[in-house]
Design a protein around this ligand. Structure first.
Ligand code: B12
Ligand code: SF4
Length: 486
């Protein structure tokens, strides 16, 4: 739903895996199914006849689509080796391989730049189950290892066609770049920290500029989970970007406390063209923030919004709707959101495998249909009758969307819209009218009654992996140096 309305971004992870495979001597092609149709994909498979096909499964909601595509790929190209990788599948690798009826030969957990080349090499010498991160029907290799330096690979952006289709609201067209990887916080609803095993790594200013020089798009989305955690790094990249004479319209995501602590860094990036910033606000009361283990307060959030406004940066925030919300809580959110100038998004609290709330609440889920795990559907019991919950949710989302979409938005952003159209970019202008076509309470409700072919494995009430955060971490960490004795 997000992709149909607000944005569409390049698959940076796949581009990095493609680069690692090319460097290892393989011929690689990429097809982005956010843009191309299944029939384009099948045509590519038939004409190019690859020996191996890798699918990106960053999102849980895409599992059924990928399982279907894997099955059809095997029919079209029987000898072809099919594998899957990415964020979400790293937490449920065994079940996805098991559910594929033999169509997925293996899942590769963790960062694909390391495992991808090792996997294809192991295919040749039959040592698949020894590769770190590999999970097959026969068994699993050791845990995946972390890439020593995120500078080592460059996204294979040249392999993607129709790049003009990537945009983020008025940043049309828009490329993506990663300046850091991982997150040192541990929010209860998030799997960024479990995926990267609590690590935080930075791309060097030189490598960042090296990439930026090859990006023709005028706008760039910084994909970091929390941008500019380290102020010195933020400043060093800014210096390098300025020295190289690079000017872009930037978008980034960060935390309120990081903005408050590192204000001068964000001011510096504002001078370099920072236009939009996403702040993880999540809740309007301190009790919920504590429950989410956000390590932040509503007072800090209010101050951060004030600081961003003073800096002249447009801010988007997200609020997590609890399935237990009643009409009054939706109404309170609507009133707050209409009183602030920010873009307010509303998503539904969703327990994802790999998060603390999956461990705590998954035994209560009302559905195991992968497609409904997209933070727009309610998969936990709702206090309001489900259909009514959706009516309140969509009513609230549409009230919030009206602030920044339709005619009103067009008036405010007429200059940007005309500029985009003159450059032949239509993504932003089309987006302004798409909301009601994508968001609909009856459709959300009906989605719960579709036939289900593939679903998540029923969670065990006390999955031992969720008793201790340490056992959830996807990557194995290098052993700490032995403690020095006196
Ligand atoms: C950028 C981003 C987006 C972009 C997506 C851009 C794109 N086209 O990929 C946008 C803004 C559109 C987006 C939207 C959403 N996102 Co998002 N997103 C992210 C974010 C912050 C970074 C992803 C990224 O680009 N990282 C940098 C690249 C280099 O890493 P990567 O993609 O993970 O790739 C590496 C590995 O995963 C692996 N890999 C990847 N693909 C493949 C393929 C193969 C074959 C192999 C072997 C390996 C492999 O190797 C890569 C290199 O190391 C992550 C958080 C995170 N830290 O991962 C959340 C995250 C993935 N998103 C999440 C969510 C919830 C969403 C939304 C549902 C809701 C929302 N409001 O944000 C929507 C749904 C979108 C959809 N399509 O369904 C959750 C995932 C939930 C889940 N378990 O399904 C995450 C983990 C955030 C979180 N805090 O929980 N997102
Ligand atoms: S929500 Fe943000 S701050 Fe919290 S763990 Fe995830 S990436 Fe880190």
């Amino acid at each position: 739903m997000y992709n149909r309305v607000f944005l569409r971004l390049e698959p940076l992870g796949l581009e990095l895996v493609a680069d690692a495979l090319r460097r290892a001597g393989h011929a690689v092609q990429l097809i982005d199914l956010q843009i191309f149709r299944h029939r384009d994909y099948f045509r590519l498979v038939q004409s190019w006849q690859p020996e191996a096909i890798g699918f990106c499964l960053n999102y849980l909601a895409n599992v059924p689509e990928v399982l279907d595509l894997a099955q059809k790929s095997k029919q079209l190209q029987p000898g072809c080796f099919v594998f899957v990788g990415g964020h979400s599948v790293s937490f449920i690798a065994e079940e996805v391989v098991g559910q594929s009826a033999g169509a997925v030969d293996c899942a590769l957990r963790g960062e694909g730049e390391v495992g991808g080349p090792l996997l294809l090499a192991a295919l040749e010498d039959g040592t698949l189950e020894q590769v770190p991160g590999v999970v097959t029907r026969r068994g699993a290799g050791p845990p995946p290892t972390l890439l020593a330096s995120p500078d080592r690979f460059r996204p294979a952006r040249d392999l993607l066609r129709r790049r003009r289709r990537y945009f983020l609201g008025p940043l049309d067209p828009c490329a993506s770049i990663e300046l850091s990887r991982g997150c040192p916080w541990q929010c209860a609803f998030c799997s960024a920290w479990t995926f990267y095993s609590r690590t935080y790594r930075k791309v060097s200013p030189e490598a960042a500029v090296d990439q930026l020089r090859t990006i023709p798009e005028p706008n760039v989305y910084i994909t970091d989970d929390v941008a500019f955690v380290d102020p010195d790094h933020g400043m060093a990249v800014a210096e390098a970007v300025q020295r190289a004479g690079i000017r872009k319209g930037w978008y980034l995501e960060t935390r309120a406390d990081v903005l408050l602590r590192n204000r001068p860094v964000f001011a510096r990036w504002k001078d370099l063209g920072l236009k939009y910033m996403f702040l993880g606000i999540e809740a309007l009361d301190d009790r919920s923030l504590k429950d989410f283990r956000k390590h932040s307060t509503t007072a800090a959030h209010a101050e951060a919004l004030h600081v961003a406004r003073k800096l002249g940066i447009h801010v988007a925030v997200n609020i997590i709707a609890e399935p237990t919300w009643d009409r009054g809580q939706f109404e309170r959110l609507r009133q707050w959101a209409m009183a602030v100038p920010e873009i307010v998004h509303l998503t539904v609290k969703t327990p994802y495998p790999g998060t603390e709330i999956w461990g705590r609440e998954s035994h209560r889920v009302t559905t195991l249909d992968y497609r409904l795990f997209d933070v727009q559907h309610a998969v936990l019991p709702t206090a309001l009758p489900l259909h009514e919950f959706y009516r309140e949710l969509v009513l609230t989302q549409s009230v919030l969307a009206r602030k920044h979409m339709g005619l009103r938005a067009l008036k405010g952003a007429a200059g940007i819209a005309v500029g985009c159209l003159l450059r032949g970019q239509t993504n932003f202008v089309r987006m302004l009218w798409r909301f009601s076509a994508a968001y609909h309470a009856d459709r959300l409700y009906a989605d719960h009654h579709r036939p289900v072919r593939h679903q998540l494995r029923a969670p065990r009430r006390t999955d031992p992996r969720y008793r201790c955060a340490q056992t959830l971490l996807v990557h194995s960490l290098p052993a700490a140096p032995p403690a020095r004795t006196a």
